[in-house]
Design a protein around this ligand. Structure first.
Ligand code: NDP
Ligand code: OXD
Length: 303
């Protein structure tokens, strides 16, 4: 039984030390695999091309939270998404940063600054701004708590509508009602067949006029042409995007030059190497003890 890491030498060095301390067998890269039959676990962000090379592979561990880029794992191979706690905190920080920037009209002021224009726009108190968070999972719940503590009026939306203490959560059948109350919409959804292309013309039409968008889920959830139309009509007034489709977003894409849209290059979170390795150890041990795998992805549900 051995874990193969498909990552950078720097990360492999950290994982190697943690696995050595734990007495687990660790292979730092594909070139170091002497016996492919020994590999039972693979940890990676992007999987290596030829998984069939490892006949005894039974568990793949995604070192990121989103696993939409693992659609074709061999039947019988379990998929675990990392539960590294630093990811949740980092995406929460990015979402709060983007929300505050939109709440306090930063895109307008940055645009005015390019012309040296001193013009004020009436600021709103946090309590007067309704924040709607799509995706009330590990990250969405943390963002919701933080924004609520800052005084914003926060609601959530999830597939199940499962209760979150102190926050009204709408279920998948109440999207229209949820969107109608989202002055700033934050997307923290996984990419699944249901969420692909979700943010389209009809979707934007259900938001309050002039709504603002914070997108840290996955690029393919957002129809960029629909966003452009919503910006032109004033239905959406500004957007901050950390994820795009495609990534990297090509030079010359209209969003780069549009002062209402601010883009960061998928940097909301980065998995800490040590936290990633400790999650992998927890997966190995749970499997060995016949316990549920931490972070197990439901392949039918898609997250
Ligand atoms: P979780 O699996 O913990 O939570 C997912 C949430 O989305 C759940 O609340 C789930 O509902 C909800 N959901 C799923 N499908 C639907 C649907 N069709 N309609 C409504 N709600 C739905 O995921 P995380 O919070 O850990 O991460 C969420 C996503 O954030 C990742 O999948 C990834 O795409 C993105 N991400 C982006 C990063 C970045 O750097 N930009 C970094 C990390 C993550 P329910 O509660 O009912 O199951
Ligand atoms: C992601 C991540 O899922 O960085 O985007 O974890």
């Amino acid at each position: 039984m051995a874990l193969l890491l498909h990552s950078t030498p720097e990360r492999a060095a950290v994982w190697g030390r943690i696995f050595a301390d734990a007495g687990e067998v660790f292979v730092a890269d594909e070139a170091s695999v002497s016996d492919p039959a020994q590999i039972t676990h693979l940890a990676c962000w992007v999987p290596p091309a030829d998984l069939a090379r490892y006949p005894n592979l039974h568990t793949v561990i995604c070192v990121g939270a989103g696993t939409d880029h693992f659609p074709h794992l061999p039947v019988g191979v379990a998929l675990s998404r990392t539960l590294a706690p630093g990811i949740e905190a980092m995406v929460r920080d990015w979402a709060v940063m983007a929300t505050l920037a939109l709440h306090r009209d930063l895109p307008i002021y940055l645009d005015q600054a390019t012309r040296g224009e001193w013009r004020t726009h009436m600021p709103l108190a946090a309590s007067a701004r309704r924040i709607g968070i799509m995706g009330m999972g590990r990250i969405g719940r943390l963002a919701a708590e933080t924004l609520q503590d800052m005084g914003f009026a926060v609601t959530g939306y999830s597939r199940s509508g499962a209760a979150v203490p102190g926050i009204r959560v709408f279920g998948a059948d109440a999207l229209t009602e949820f969107l109608a109350g989202a002055d700033i919409l934050i997307c923290l959804l996984p990419l699944t067949p249901e969420t692909r292309g979700l943010m389209n013309d009809a979707f934007f039409a259900r938001l309050p006029q002039g709504a603002r968008l914070v997108q840290a889920g996955r690029g393919a959830q957002l129809d960029m042409a629909a966003l452009r139309r919503a910006l032109e009509s004033g239905q959406v007034s500004a957007a901050m995007l950390d994820v795009t489709d495609p990534e990297p977003l090509p030079q010359g894409h209209w969003t780069w030059a549009d002062p209402r849209v601010w883009i960061t290059p998928h940097v909301a979170a980065h998995t800490d190497a040590g936290e990633g390795a400790r999650h992998a150890l927890a997966v190995i041990r749970a499997g060995r003890n016949g316990q549920p795998l931490p972070g197990l992805v439901d392949r039918d549900r898609g997250y």
